[in-house]
Structure formats: C-alpha cells, structure tokens
Design a protein around this ligand. Sequence first.
Ligand SMILES: [Fe+2]
Ligand SMILES: [Fe+2]
Length: 317
Amino acid sequence: METKATEAPRYFKIRVSTILPSRPTTFDVFIMINGRFIHYLRPGELLKAEKISSLDRADIFFVPEAQRANYKRYVFERMNEDSIDAKLKAQILRESSLTLAEEIFEQPEVDQALHDSKELIGNFIDFMENHPEGMAHLISLSSHDFYTYNHSLDVGIYSLGLGNAVGYNKEDLLELGRGALFHDIGKRNVAVDIICKNGPLNDAEWAQMQKHPQYGLRILTDHNCSEAMKACCFEHHESFLGNGYPQQLTGPEIHPMARIVAICDTYDALTTKRSYNEPMNPTMALEFMSTKLANRYDADLLKAMNSVLFRMKQKAS
Ligand SMILES: [Fe+2]
Ligand SMILES: [Fe+2]
C-alpha cells in the first residue's frame, strides 16, 4: 500500500525503539521511502530483528493518525507489564514522549499543546510513583541534544526528579513539569536564525534572545496558565544575586518552581553538545555549578540536585 506524503498529516511519528520485538503491534506501521509512506507492519505482526537491520534509516516509523489510541494503549500496556524492567520502561517512556514533545513544540495551537502536556508530564509522574528507581534510568537516557523539544523534555524530567526529591505532591509536580516543558516557549517569537546560530550571539541578537521570558509570559498569560507555570517561564533566567534577567529579582523573590527550572536548565545547557562548545560531563557540570555559579541558585536546591544526580548515577550504572 502506498500513499503520497503530500496527503499528510494522516500519520504521526513514533520511534522504532518504542516497539518491543517480542510484543506484536496493535496498529499499522509505515516507513517513509523517497517521500512515500510504505506499509511495513500490520496489526498483530512482530517487529523482527532482521526487519529492523534491513532499514536504511531505522529510527522513525509512522502510524496512521486514526490509530493513535492503539499506539498509546500499546505503550501504556508495556509500562504496566511486570516482566519488563524499569530500565526498558524508562527507555520506552522517554522515546515515546520525545515524538510527543516534538509534536507539542510544532503545534501552532498553544491551547492544544498545553492540553497535551498534561498527559505527557502525567505519564512521567506515574512512572516515578510506580518505579522510584526508574528515574535514575530516565536521567541517564538524557540525549544532551540542543533541539528545543529535547532540551525542554530533559529540563522537564530533571525538574520532576528534583521536585520529587524535595517533597512536591502530585499536583505541584504536574505544574512544575509543565512549567519546565514550556519554560522556553517564548523562543517561538525569537528569529529562527538567532535560535539556530552556530556561534556566540552579537549584542543585538543577545538582546533579542533575552526577551524570550517576556514573550513566553505573554503566551502563557493569553492562555490562562497557572501563576506557577508562568513563573517557570518568566523567572528561569533570574539569579539569586539579582543579576539575572528580565526583572533582576533576588533570591527570595524568585518563585520556588522557577528556581528548580533554573538549575535544571543550566545543567542541561552545560551537558549539551553545541557546535561551538564541547559539553561537560554530568560530574563536571555539577561541580562547575556548585563552585563558579553557586551564588546564582537556591543553595538547598542545588544540594538536592547534587544528591539526586549522584544517587541516580549510582543506580543507573
Ligand atoms: Fe530560557
Ligand atoms: Fe532553556
């Protein structure tokens, strides 16, 4: 069966690694070759190892939009299967969420994106609750990639881990995770060539870039978001010393959730590869933040972040 790619959007993307070779699919799977969708698996078929290795570009499959519920149920069932270990579940959850995060970031309708984020963050909160040891694997899977949706998802995951470690309840974790996911939403209004520039920004470009918290606040205010979510977005570049932006708030004035996002945002930025700088490894990044940058952050949270990451590193290894 072949369908012209121009008839999209009738399919959504999934990552191959979210399908377990030992569990038959419950939906049709397509691959794209030369701009055409080619039928690859039918419901009930197994994804055999030799099928994967015969693929040229093996990381993305397409599923008909009408079968989205089947795919969600397939992932949900794997997340609740006792015989699947937390490490593999963490991988399936992260990989299935990445394509969802990409959709959320490409979604022009902010209301829809905000709505979809509840399910995405809720899945991570459920996972943390059901598999306290699984967070270590989630964190170790961080892609250290600079795409906005990757960065935002990773900042969301770190923030949930840190919020959980300092005792946030489920409701607050949902707001924190969503606030972290949308912390850079204002970058939608910054010119793409500035966002994607391969090198340091000049003064004018930097001034543009520094407006993203204001742009983000405006977007979230227009869509009736909670004060906590707005703060994650508007205050994540503030510094405890009062030399952050845009408001130069000092420590106690910064919303507690924004303090968490600030730490996780910097940690992700330091450990992410960009074309113009080499990433730090997790230990170096934490060391750097705890010494050179320590005064910028809430000291207790920074300490908690240290223990969260250190504990997780031990568990994941
Ligand atoms: Fe930012
Ligand atoms: Fe960020």
